[in-house]
Design a protein around this ligand. Structure first.
Ligand code: UDX
Length: 442
C-alpha cells in the first residue's frame, strides 16, 4: 500500500531518500528551501554525483510519484508521513553538531499539520534530540492533532546511496517508549518491501536509535585509524601495512573491510560525527567513555601531515618551486564530495609550502575549485602530471589504479610517485623506473 510522504532536505540523504521512497511505490514530495537545487531535481538532474541516482529520480518523476516543492504548506497538506533529511554540520569553532536545520523543519512543519502525522528523523543527531523534538512538535501542533516523532537513522554511503537505501543491511527505528503511537505501524508500511525480504528491523527507544548511528560511525572511524596507527608503526619498523591488513583481515572477527591504510577518512560524516559524539558525551557526563575518539581523530589528522612530509622528502627536502601532481580531490572514489577531503587538504598544504600543485579528479573539479580556487586544475590525469617532480595519488579512483606507468613517465619531469591510498601495484611502478613510496610500507 502506498503512503504519501514528504522528505525535508534534498542533499545526499534527502534526495536519495525521496527518490528511493518513490521507487518503493510511494507518492513523494521532496522539500527544500534552496530553489536552485529544487529546479535541478524537478528537471531530473541530481545536483551532486551519485551513481544510479539520476535514473531512479528521472523514472519516478516521469511515473508521477515524485515531485519537489519549497512549500511547507503543500507538504503538510499532501503528506502524513514526514522524513527529516537535512544536514547537521559541525558548528563553527566547536565540535558539537549544528541542529539549526533540523529544528527549523519541526518549527515550520508542526504548526501546519492538521491531521495525525508521523515525523521520522533520518539526520544524524546528538542523543536526546528526538525526544526534545517530539515535545516541541506536540507543543506547536494545533490542538487535538496527534504527532509522533520517531528516529530512523540512515546508514547510506556516498557512492552506494541508492543501493544502501533500497537494500539496507538493517533498519533501525527509535520510538518514544512513553507514547509509542503509530510510528512503528507506519514505518512497517513505508518499508514493507524491504521487510518482505527479511531486512533486519530493530525497534528501539529513541536514545538507542540515535546512538546506533553515532556508534556505527565511531566504530568505522576507529577501524580506519587503527590500521593507520599500524601504518605508523610499520613505517618505523620497516614493515608493510597492506600485507598486515590482509593477514589480520582473514580473522572473521576482525574482517578486511575498512582496513585500508592511507591518508585517512574525510567526508561529510565520519569526521564531524565523531566530534559531535564526543561533544554530546561531554554534555551528558560520559566524556571519559569517548576520550579514545580524540586519538582516533588525531591519528587521522596525522596521516595528512605525514603525507606532506613524505612529499617533501621525495623532492629532496623542500617543496618550494617544485611541481606536484595531485591525482584525486574527492574524499573517496565515486563521489564528487570534497567536504573535509584529506586529498584536498594535503594539496592545499603542499601549495602553502611553495609547490605549484596541479590537481585532477574525475568528478570533483567544480567542488574543489569552489573550496581551493588557487590550486591549478588539469583536465586529465596525464595533463596534471606534465613536468611534475612528484605525483601523489590521493583518491583511489579506478582510473588512477589503471594508469600506465610507462605512459605517465613520458609526461613527468621526475618519475616519483607516492600512493596515499595503497591502491597501486608497487612492483609495476618500480619496474617501469619509478621511485615508488606509499604510506605504511617501505
Ligand atoms: C560513512 C559511513 O560509511 C556511512 O555508513 C554513514 O552513513 C555516513 O558516513 P561515507 O562518508 O559515504 O559513509 O564514506 P565511507 O565509505 O565510510 O568512507 C569514509 C572515509 O574513510 C573516506 O574518506 C574513505 O576514503 C576513508 N576510508 C574508508 C579509509 O581511509 N580506509 C578504509 O578502509 C575505508
Amino acid at each position: 500500500m502506498s503512503c504519501r510522504i514528504a522528505v525535508f532536505g534534498t542533499g545526499y540523504l534527502g534526495a536519495t531518500h525521496a527518490a528511493c521512497m518513490a521507487e518503493l511505490g510511494h507518492e513523494v514530495l521532496g522539500v527544500d528551501v534552496d530553489a536552485s537545487k529544487l529546479a535541478k531535481l524537478e528537471s531530473g538532474e541530481v545536483p551532486f554525483y551519485e551513481p544510479g541516482l539520476e535514473e531512479v529520480l528521472k523514472q519516478n518523476i516521469e511515473d508521477g510519484r515524485l515531485r519537489f516543492t519549497a512549500s511547507y504548506e503543500e507538504a503538510a497538506a499532501f503528506a502524513d508521513v514526514h522524513f527529516i533529511g537535512v544536514g547537521t554540520p559541525q558548528k563553527r569553532g566547536e565540535y558539537a553538531a549544528d541542529l539549526t536545520y533540523v529544528d527549523a523543519v519541526v518549527e515550520t512543519l508542526a504548526p501546519l499539520l492538521d491531521r495525525a502525522s508521523v515525523i521520522f528523523g533520518k539526520s544524524t543527531v546528538p542523543v536526546g534530540t528526538a525526544e526534545r523534538l517530539g515535545h516541541r512538535a506536540r507543543q506547536l501542533a494545533p490542538a487535538g492533532v496527534e504527532i509522533d516523532v520517531a528516529w530512523n537513522p540512515e546508514f547510506l554511503r556516498e557512492g552506494y546511496a541508492v543501493r544502501d537505501t533500497l537494500h539496507p543491511d538493517r533498519l533501525v527505528l527509535g520510538v518514544d517508549r512513553d507514547r509509542p503511537g503509530r510510528a512503528e505501524e507506519v514505518a512497517r508500511k513505508v518499508y514493507a518491501r524491504l521487510l518482505s525480504v527479511n531486512t533486519p528491523f530493530l525497534v528501539t527507544d529513541l536514545a538507542t536509535a540515535e546512538l546506533v548511528k553515532a556508534a556505527a560511525n565511531a566504530f568505522l572511524a576507529t577501524k580506519i585509524s587503527f590500521i593507520n596507527a599500524m601504518a605508523e608503526v610499520c613505517e618505523t619498523a620497516g614493515a608493510d601495512v597492506s600485507v598486515l591488513a590482509d593477514a589480520i583481515g582473514y580473522d572473521a572477527r576482525i574482517g578486511r573491510r575498512f582496513l585500508n591504510a592511507g591518508i585517512g577518512f574525510g567526508g561529510g560524516c565520519l569526521p564531524k560525527d565523531i566530534r559531535a559524539f564526543m561533544a554530546r558525551a561531554g554534555e551528558i557526563g560520559a566524556d571519559e567513555a569517548l576520550t579514545f575518539l580524540r586519538e582516533v581523530d588525531n591519528i587521522n589528522m596525522r596521516r595528512r601531515t605525514r603525507m606532506v612530509e613524505l612529499a617533501r622528502e621525495a623532492v629532496g627536502g623542500s617543496l618550494l618551486g617544485t611541481s606536484v601532481a595531485v591525482l584525486g580531490a574527492a574524499f573517496k572514489p565515486d563521489s564528487d564530495d570534497v567536504r573535509d577531503s584529506p586529498a584536498l587538504s594535503i594539496a592545499g598544504q603542499i601549495q602553502l609550502q611553495g609547490a605549484s600543485v596541479n590537481v585532477y579528479d574525475p568528478k570533483a573539479m567544480d567542488n574543489s575549485r569552489a573550496v581551493f580556487p588557487t590550486l591549478n586544475y588539469a583536465t586529465s590525469a596525464i595533463e596534471a602530471c606534465v613536468n611534475a617532480d612528484l605525483v601523489l595519488v590521493l583518491t583511489e579512483w579506478k582510473e588512477f589504479v589503471a594508469l600506465d606507468p610507462q605512459a605517465l613517465r613520458t609526461a613527468v619531469r621526475r618519475p616519483s610517485i607516492i600512493d596515499g591510498r595503497n591502491c597501486l601495484e608497487a612492483q609495476t611502478w618500480r619496474d617501469a623506473g619509478w621511485t615508488f613510496r606509499a604510506l605504511g610500507r617501505v
